[in-house]
Ligand binder design. Structure first.
Ligand SMILES: Nc1ncnc2c1ncn2[C@@H]1O[C@H](COP(=O)(O)OP(=O)(O)OP(=O)(O)O)[C@@H](O)[C@H]1O
Length: 220
């Protein structure tokens, strides 16, 4: 269980989180929904340790690896598709095994024939497939996805979600999935929370507001 315990976070005059708590069961996909600017990325950053809370703590993440998928794919432009994969896999797997795992994962997203291409030679959807493959090939316990499919048309989004599900079936892990799109959350998430307000409150499925100190029973 990842436990977000009594977090407080302020940016200047803006008191974003005040005594915010959340329990996240492991091995499941949690969708984090909410309007733009409500504090989703800040929450992710505090969970991953990229941003320190003013008070409070996050437990259950110690010693665990994180991998990330963002809307901008953050691929290495000068490297090939295969090198983009092996660059992050060499450390944990060693050179030979990294190549093997990279090719296996590229096959799962049907990019094996493009292993020698540069990212600029791929379509936007192919680049997003590569970014997904890279995140899943990396042996992290927690996968963070911050609006990965934002701006994609419906058909492409469904295709990418299909790849996401296949990759997750091979390499199950805890997924924190930030999205604006409730349909996307329905398609992939085991549980969802909606963040809203100042300071941030967690809204329940029926639209009622829960105290941020109250734990989310729905996810237990
Ligand atoms: N480093 C920072 N300094 C000052 N204010 C910040 C900082 N990071 C975030 N904020 C503010 O905190 C609020 C929440 O930002 P955050 O990026 O967490 O929202 P979000 O829900 O992820 O938004 P979006 O969906 O648009 O990405 C915003 O008002 C933002 O301006």
């Amino acid at each position: 269980m990842i436990r977000v315990e009594h977090l407080w976070k302020r940016f200047g005059e803006l008191s974003l989180y005040e005594d915010f708590s959340l329990d996240i069961p492991e091995g499941r996909v949690l969708a984090i929904l909410g309007p733009s600017g409500c504090g989703k990325t800040t929450l992710l950053n505090m969970i991953c340790g990229l941003e320190a809370p003013d008070r409070g703590r996050v437990t259950g993440v110690e010693g665990k690896g994180f991998s990330y998928v963002f809307q901008e794919t953050r691929l290495l432009p000068w490297a090939t598709v295969l090198e983009n994969m092996t660059f992050v896999l060499k450390g944990p797997f060693g050179k030979e095994k990294a190549r093997e795992r990279a090719m296996e994962t590229l096959e799962m997203v049907r990019l094996e024939e493009f292993a020698g291409y540069k990212p600029s030679q791929l379509s936007g959807g192919m680049r997003q497939r590569l970014s997904l493959a890279r995140a899943f090939a990396y042996p992290a316990e927690i996968l963070v996805m911050d609006e990965p499919f934002k701006g994609q048309d419906r058909g492409l989004k469904e295709e990418l979600l299909g790849h996401f599900k296949n990759l997750l079936a091979r390499d199950p892990r805890t997924v924190l999935f930030v999205t604006h799109d409730p349909e996307e959350a329905d398609l992939v998430a085991d549980a969802r929370i909606l963040l809203e307000g100042r300071p941030v409150r967690m809204m329940q499925g029926d639209g009622s507001s829960a105290s941020s100190t109250q734990r989310n029973d729905e996810l237990e």
